[in-house]
Design a protein around this ligand. Structure first.
Ligand SMILES: Cc1cc2nc3c(=O)[nH]c(=O)nc-3n(C[C@H](O)[C@H](O)[C@H](O)COP(=O)(O)OP(=O)(O)OC[C@H]3O[C@@H](n4cnc5c(N)ncnc54)[C@H](O)[C@@H]3O)c2cc1C
Length: 527
């Protein structure tokens, strides 16, 4: 039974709340543990976020041949003129220290002899990507951070606890409302500062590399609370996910092209040279659109990624996880071409923060993919995201700790804000599933890699029809997630309609060029 009938909710309190146990949340929690009690909440298993799925690696200037300015320039170039230069400088300058720190906490990156091994990825001018177990970098980062966090006595972690909303009193964030899925209880947790590290929103799209937890919850709850959301039109589509009817979408890392894999159309012809001088290693948005155009031209649902000309032993050693996953579907990547198509991968926009993760709401911080610091501009450079998680996770933790000194007292009683809302019945679960499916297809078809004013307006009209879903309180995670999905889908569509130009990952056929007078950033705040 969900407790919804009493006027006040059961309350627990802590010094700091971190929502999310991916790279950004865990790094923030480590920082906060030096300043007080930390509670890390996550709605699923601790490892269910995108972090554990990251393959290619982390971009960082640690090789003798590389320089901070090269990484800076590559990031700015990929961002299509919309990066915040100050944020990029922080990312590339603080990155090396954060990665060495990870190593000191037990993260085992691959090595050549005693030295770190670096690989190449698209749009990087140097080999600067560190990786782990070949193509399981995120898994290793998540493992080592979780292991380290477990040694910290002031950090408590609660898995399978769904954060519904933020507690805002007099414009200040003082914690969260929580649904404990096992007990089916709604309660409140108060805290001096709260960090949203809830990851991205790729699961709003039918075709995605993201895990099911990536439903944009943090962005939606921040928006409801009055936070600014920015750059929501910039959704990155990864060029290469495994395309097999019936199989789940599985990412085929960019590092494969970095190591020499080629993109071929269904007739076995190379095609990316028609779209960009850097061919297969052009920025992600360009390669994704090139693939879509080629699929249209050849009337096919996929293209191929071809590694058959590369050394099989090297491929098996370098990409063990990809090789074994493909083999489980009958594809030996050393002998067969892999059918691939693009999929939604990363949200460049998010909750607007300053360089320390602070939002416009006192007491509320954000880090990782949920946040928008401005480092990615209109298009993220490959492998800059895990780096962003550690750099800005640490900064957000430090700033939240500093801010918390101002808070002398937390509320002892928290009013139940859900009393007035109609409760959705268990019989509405099937309806929730159905609408989630329709929404994901709608976004893929109408707000996807290639958009236009008409497709966006159609999507917006459909999203408006789902307003009644927003009025209810759901007793289960899927229904609550659906509400967030509708909110974030609406924000993406609204921003995409407002940006009447094509730039970075946002491409509109009705305005296919970058405009001299286009807005630098589109900021959305609940009126
Ligand atoms: C397949 C794949 C490959 C990738 N490869 C790379 C790569 O090689 N290099 C790179 O830099 N980046 C890569 N990325 C991107 C990168 O992995 C992510 O951007 C990054 O890990 C995000 O970290 P995060 O901590 O912000 O969020 P996540 O790791 O997604 O964690 C979010 C956390 O928030 C929790 N959560 C969400 N909503 C709620 C809620 N309502 N209540 C409680 N908890 C909640 C989730 O359960 C989860 O614990 C890849 C992404 C994918 C999907």
């Amino acid at each position: 039974m969900v407790i919804i009938s009493s006027q006040y909710l059961p309350v627990k309190s802590t010094d700091f709340l971190v929502i999310g146990s991916g790279v950004a949340g865990l790094r923030a929690a480590i920082e906060l543990s030096r300043h007080g009690k930390v509670l890390v909440l996550t709605k699923d298993e601790a490892t269910a976020g995108s972090t554990g799925f990251a393959q290619g690696g982390i971009a960082v200037v640690l090789s003798d041949e590389d320089e901070i300015t090269f990484h800076f320039d590559d990031t700015i170039r990929a961002g299509a003129g919309l990066c915040d230069e100050e944020a990029v400088r922080v990312l590339v300058e603080e990155g090396p220290e954060r990665i060495l720190e990870l190593i000191s906490w037990g993260t085992e990156f691959d090595r050549e002899g005693t030295k770190l091994a670096f690989t190449q990825e698209a749009a990087h001018s140097k080999r600067r990507i560190v990786h782990a177990q070949g193509d399981s970098t995120g898994k290793e980062v998540e493992r080592s951070l979780l292991f380290y966090v477990r040694t910290l006595k002031d950090v408590q972690k609660l898995d399978f606890h769904y954060t519904i909303d933020l507690i805002i009193q007099d414009g200040v964030c003082l914690g969260v409302y929580l649904l404990d899925e096992e007990g089916k209880k709604i309660s409140a947790v108060t805290a001096k500062a709260t960090i949203l590290a809830t990851g991205g929103s790729g699961f709003l799209y039918q075709q995605t590399s993201n895990p099911p937890v990536s439903t944009g919850d943090g962005m939606a709850m921040a928006y409801r609370a009055g936070a600014d959301l920015v750059d929501m039109e910039f959704v990155q589509f990864h060029p290469t996910t495994l395309y097999l009817p019936g199989a789940p979408f599985f990412l085929l890392s960019e590092a494969m092209r970095g190591e020499g894999a080629r993109l071929l159309n269904i007739y076995g012809q190379e095609f990316t040279h028609k779209y960009h001088p850097e061919k297969d290693l052009a920025p992600r948005d360009i390669v994704s659109r090139a693939i879509v155009s080629e699929m249209v031209e050849t009337h096919s649902l996929h293209v191929y990624l071809d590694l058959t000309h590369l050394n099989p032993d090297f491929i098996r050693k370098r990409f063990p996880r990809i090789c074994s996953t493909c083999l489980s579907y009958g594809i030996d990547v050393t002998r067969h071409r892999i059918p691939v198509s693009p999929a939604a991968h990363y949200m460049m926009g998010g909750i607007r923060t300053d360089l320390n993760g602070a939002t416009n709401i006192p007491g509320l911080y954000a880090a990782g993919e949920a946040a928008c610091t401005g480092v990615h501009g209109a298009n993220r450079l490959a492998s800059n995201s895990l780096l962003e998680g550690v750099v800005f996770g640490a900064r957000a933790g430090s700033a939240a700790a500093h801010y918390s000194r101002k808070i002398k007292k937390l509320p002892e009683r928290v009013l139940n804000p859900f009393l007035e809302k109609p409760v959705a019945g268990e019989d509405q679960i099937a309806e929730v599933d159905e609408v989630r499916g329709i929404l994901r297809k709608l976004l893929w078809d109408r707000v996807g890699i290639i958009r236009c004013g008409k497709s966006l307006s159609e999507a917006m009209a459909m999203l408006q029809e789902w307003k009644p879903f927003m009025e209810r309180i759901y007793r289960h995670r899927k229904g609550l997630e659906l509400q967030n999905m509708i909110t974030v889908a609406t924000l993406i569509t609204q921003a995409a309609l407002m940006r009447k130009e094509s730039v970075g990952a946002h491409y509109r056929t009705d305005c296919p060029h970058k405009s001299e007078t286009g807005p630098r950033h589109i900021v959305l705040r609940k009126s």
